[in-house]
Write a protein that binds this ligand. Structure first.
Ligand code: GLA
Length: 400
């Protein structure tokens, strides 16, 4: 469900920024939590994200010229660029420069990737509003990218192809934000179904809707910590995985990614590798089996088992992949001792951002307030907590 208030805000911002009266259409894209399968997507593996009922909304209308103008309510800023100038560039360098201005880089990046893929774009005015915390690991950037792709596609009367849009948005993220991210965020935000998590095979991009049991709720706890080094630490993890694959390829040419590797195979080359890289690969190998296992647990309504899998995932991310933080560990430790909480873990890239907890519907308020109080007492910080529902992927809400 998209909140009416958010749609209204996007439309008001549109009117104020551009002085155009007609009630514009709005493209919306949700944020996501990842239930399990962390740091597996760029290893060609499996993930199980769930789109949530917090969104980025882009009110939009076509223009008669080839100018793309965008206004971001969060920053009170309006920026513009010429599509012709963007199209003439074979590299993203000019847009990368504009990305230093932050949010507008994502808008420019998506337009650049769409033009590069041969989509004939038209000029447009876009007003962006959001009720999704940004920079918290809930995929606010993927939501912005996909909402912009949806809006630009609608203006140019392009058919909506979520897998293609996800690939282009991922390309924008690589080129413009400098994050060598996988496909999970963009794909889940583009094509999730209401009521369901999405099991994704990140090699084939095949997906399966996994209904979330009605008795279950997902709570999000924002640690309030934002790490400056996230991008480089993320890219380092990815490089470690690639080193292990390269070592294996000298013996087994068919190995393309850690997806193809099991413990026995890893053991063959472990002695010749940096022990840190071996730990990273061990995480990925075990984590890769968890999305299907969690999907099974959900299908059987077995929240306890689902919760245990989440805990194993968190332990592995903390000890082997080393992407947790004292704050995320504190949130997880506080949540799991609460009655009615089946399990908890960090979600997304890690380092800072959010933890999630799997909780029985009747225990939501109590778990939330106990964790909030415990977090403040233990760390001196406050956590912003909310319960979220499995939501649908990007769509356009028509204007009038
Ligand atoms: C970020 C990236 C995703 C994924 C996760 C870790 O959210 O954007 O592609 O790699 O981290 O699972």
């Amino acid at each position: 469900m998209v909140r009416q208030r958010l749609l209204q805000r996007a439309r008001q911002e549109f009117e104020q920024a551009f002085g155009r009266g007609a009630r514009p259409a709005v493209a919306v894209a949700p944020g996501r939590v990842n239930l399990i399968g962390e740091h597996t997507d760029y290893n060609d593996g499996f993930v199980l994200p769930m789109a949530i009922d917090r969104h980025v909304a882009v009110a939009f209308a076509p223009r008669q010229d080839r100018v793309l103008r965008a206004h971001a309510s969060e920053f009170g800023e309006t920026r513009e660029l010429s599509l012709d100038a963007l199209e003439r560039r074979t590299t993203s360098e000019p847009a990368r420069r504009s990305a230093r201005g932050g949010w507008f880089g994502y808008v420019a990046g998506v337009a650049w990737a769409m033009l590069g893929a041969g989509h004939p774009l038209h000029g447009a005015d876009l007003a962006i509003a959001s009720d999704l915390p940004s920079g918290a690991g809930l995929s606010s950037s993927a939501a912005l990218e996909i909402a912009v792709a949806r809006a630009l596609g609608a203006v140019a009367a392009l058919e909506w192809e979520p897998r293609r849009a996800a690939r282009l948005a991922q390309q924008a993220e690589h080129e413009f934000a400098g994050v060598a991210c996988g496909i999970m965020d963009q794909l889940s935000v583009a094509l999730a179904r209401e009521g369901c998590a999405l099991l994704i095979d990140c090699r084939s991009l095949e997906t399966r809707d996994v209904p979330v049991p009605e008795t279950a709720r997902i709570l999000v706890f924002d640690s309030g910590v934002r790490r400056e080094l996230t991008t480089s630490a993320y890219n380092d993890r990815r490089a470690a995985c690639e080193r292990v694959v390269a070592a294996l390829q000298t013996r087994h040419a068919w190995v393309r990614a850690l997806r193809d590797v099991d413990d026995a195979l890893l053991a063959e080359v472990a002695a010749s590798l940096d022990p840190v890289d071996v730990r990273r690969a061990s995480h990925v190998i075990a984590e890769n089996r968890r999305p299907a296992a969690l999907a099974d647990a959900f299908a059987g309504g077995d929240l306890e088992r689902a919760g245990r899998l989440m805990m194993h995932s968190h332990d592995s991310l903390r000890d082997l992949y080393e992407v947790s933080s004292p704050e995320l560990d504190a949130l997880v430790d506080l949540a799991i001792v609460q009655p009615g909480c089946a399990g908890a873990r960090l979600t997304g890239a890690g380092f800072g951002g959010c933890a999630i907890a799997l909780v029985e519907a009747g225990s939501v308020e109590r778990v939330m307030s106990s964790v909030e109080a415990g977090y403040e007492k233990g760390t001196g910080r406050t956590t912003t907590a909310f319960a979220c529902l499995p939501s649908a992927g990007a769509r356009v809400i028509e204007g009038s």
